[in-house]
Write a protein that binds this ligand. Structure first.
Ligand code: HEC
Ligand SMILES: [Cu+2]
Length: 352
């Protein structure tokens, strides 16, 4: 009987040490995090809004961790120190009610803690929201669609999809990107964990956020607001380029669609099928805006909002039946024959 009671004490300690272990594992992770990660982690921020949020998270975690450790410690102490013993008589311990000091202490201290957490959080939210936009900032309009992202660079005359290119922003040469967030249909949420917190894209209610990534590389993100059946495959990539890479990318995107005579057959299929109703390729009659702009499709690494790599086989499978990668995607299977699809893929592959 005695032994079993001791086991209870040991269990209480194990339950407490598990969250503590997780806490230290995360802290250790943050220590060596730097640059882009394959699995995005909020513990490896690479942009001011994300690192402000991480600082706040550590602060909140320190306070709540302190509460957890002291309450858990007192509880464990009481459980072990005052456990039932064989020598106990069965009388009740002294019953104490109504100590004004104690009641005041456990009402006022939590209120103060909540006020501190509230104020520090509000401060960070407003610091990010109200950050002044410098002259050099890059403007991008982000439009959420079921289930893909449209990126427009109004001052540069560029429209692209799913893969956002921005220049790196260093301390010496700051070049933040300000994002104006819109939606074409339902609620979406722009979230690239290493770059900034989530900001929703709400129909008829424009929102704004900004990023200033300090390392080059690819940062992955995801729509963070349930927006329909394919919400989980509404991924996004942010390419943080050196200034030279970014300028080269801009020049390439500003060119009209490639006109390669060797793939005229595929272009003909594209222009005579319903593709033109939904997609735009500058330099052709296609001016649809329901689906992604395909003018520079071949310059993208992925298709269908990160659902598949941009390879000839995947393009073939996608055009044959988009449900192959994204069941419920809003592009119909066009019932084309093998030859037409092959011609189309050959054409799309020339659209650098
Ligand atoms: C009814 C409108 C519609 C028609 C018609 C249509 N598409 Fe699409 N297409 C879309 C939508 C919407 C997407 C985005 C799907 C997603 O990612 O969820 C898309 C995505 C694509 C993509 C991937 C683009 C990217 O950057 O991810 C390609 C390539 C494509 N369509 C080619 C075609 C071709 C070729 C045709 C004609 C045979 C065609 N589409 C017809 C609506 C359409
Ligand atoms: Cu979405």
């Amino acid at each position: 009987m005695k032994l079993r009671k001791r086991e209870h004490g040991a269990k209480a300690i194990r339950v407490i040490s598990l969250p503590a272990l997780c806490f230290f594992a995360m802290a250790a992770r943050a220590a060596w995090a730097d640059g882009p990660e394959a699995t995005p982690s909020i513990f490896a921020p690479a942009s001011t809004p994300a690192s402000n949020i991480l600082d706040l998270s550590w602060f909140v975690l320190a306070i709540t961790g302190g509460i957890f450790v002291s309450v858990g410690g007192l509880l464990a102490y009481a459980v072990i120190r005052y456990r039932a013993r064989a020598t106990d008589d069965d009388s009740e311990p002294p019953q104490i009610y109504g100590s004004t000091q104690v009641e005041l202490a456990w009402t006022v201290i939590p209120i103060l803690i909540v006020v501190v957490l509230f104020l520090t959080t509000a401060r960070i939210i407003f610091a990010i929201q109200d950050a002044p936009k410098p002259q050099v900032a890059l403007d991008v309009t982000v439009v959420g669609h079921q289930y893909w992202w449209e990126f427009r660079y109004p001052k540069l005359g560029i429209v692209t999809a799913n893969e956002l290119h921005v220049p790196v922003s260093t301390r010496l040469e700051p070049k933040p990107t300000f994002l104006h967030l819109l939606s074409a249909d339902v609620d979406h949420s722009f979230w690239v964990p290493q770059l900034a917190g989530k900001t929703d894209l709400i129909p008829n209610h424009p929102n704004d956020t900004w990023i200033d990534p300090y390392h080059t590389g690819v940062y992955v993100g995801q729509c963070a607001q349930f927006c329909g059946v394919e919400h989980a495959k509404m991924l996004l990539r942010v390419y943080v380029d050196t200034p030279e890479e970014f300028d080269a990318w801009v020049k390439q995107q500003q060119r009209p669609g490639e006109q390669d005579a060797s793939v005229a057959a595929g272009r003909h299929v594209f222009e005579t099928e319903a593709c033109t109703n939904c997609h735009r390729i500058t330099g052709t009659a296609a001016a649809g805006t329901f689906g992604p702009d395909l003018t520079h499709l071949a310059s993208r690494t992925t298709i269908a909002s990160g659902a598949a790599r941009n390879t000839a086989e995947n393009l073939h499978a996608w055009i044959e039946d988009p449900d192959h990668f994204k069941p419920g995607a809003l592009m119909p299977a066009m019932q084309l024959n093998e030859e037409q699809i092959n011609e189309l893929v050959a054409y799309l592959n020339t659209l650098h």
